[in-house]
Design a protein around this ligand. Structure first.
Ligand SMILES: [Fe+2]
Ligand SMILES: [Fe+2]
Length: 168
C-alpha cells in the first residue's frame, strides 16, 4: 500500500479513536506518539504482507489507556482492555483477540513470531529513539525494522562524524 494511503488511514483512525484515549496531553506518550506508531506499524505491515488496517488501528490503540509516561507494563494491559471495547464498537471485522494480545504484551520486552504483533512491537521500539533511548536490535522482530534501525544508526554516525554506530 502507498504511504499516502496509509497516512490517510491513520488520519481517519485518529479522528475516530482519539476522543476515547486517556493519554492525550502526555509529553512522551500522547496522541502524537500513537500517530507515529500507527504510521510505522502500518508501513511495516505493508512491507511484510500483514493486514495494514489492523496494524494501523493496533498502533493507534497500543497506549490508548495510558495516564502517565512512567515505565512498566500495566498500561499495556489497561490499553488492551480499552482497545477491545473500541474494536468491538468501531472495527468488528478485525481480529480483536490477536490485536489485543499484541497490545497487552507490547511492553514485555520480547520478540514475536506473530507477524502482525511484530509490526506494533517494532514500530513502538523504533520510536524509543524519540525519548533518547537506544534501540536494541535484538528486540526487533522483523527484518525490515532491523534494517531501518541499522540505516538510521549509520546516518546518525555519519552526522556526528564517526562513521560507525558502535554496535557492529
Ligand atoms: Fe506502551
Ligand atoms: Fe508506545
Amino acid at each position: 500500500m502507498k504511504k499516502e494511503e496509509i497516512l490517510f488511514m491513520v488520519k481517519e483512525t485518529e479522528v475516530r479513536l482519539a476522543p476515547f484515549c486517556t493519554c492525550e496531553g502526555l509529553a512522551l506518550h500522547g496522541i502524537s506518539h500513537l500517530r507515529r506508531v500507527s504510521i510505522l506499524s502500518g508501513r511495516l505491515a505493508s512491507a511484510v504482507g500483514e493486514d495494514v488496517e489492523a496494524a494501523v488501528v493496533m498502533g493507534f490503540l497500543h497506549d490508548c489507556a495510558r495516564t502517565d509516561d512512567k515505565a512498566g507494563d500495566g498500561h499495556a494491559h489497561d490499553s488492551s482492555v480499552l482497545a477491545r471495547r473500541l474494536l468491538g464498537r468501531f472495527y468488528p471485522h478485525l481480529d480483536a483477540d490477536r490485536i489485543c494480545h499484541a497490545i497487552a504484551r507490547h511492553a514485555d520486552g520480547e520478540v514475536t513470531d506473530d507477524g502482525l504483533a511484530a509490526c506494533l512491537w517494532d514500530a513502538d521500539r523504533l520510536e524509543l529513539k524519540r525519548i533518547g533511548r537506544e534501540i536494541d536490535l535484538d528486540l526487533l522482530s522483523t527484518e525490515v525494522a532491523w534494517r531501518l534501525a541499522r540505516a538510521r544508526a549509520a546516518r546518525r554516525a555519519v552526522l556526528i562524524g564517526g562513521g560507525h554506530d558502535g554496535k557492529s
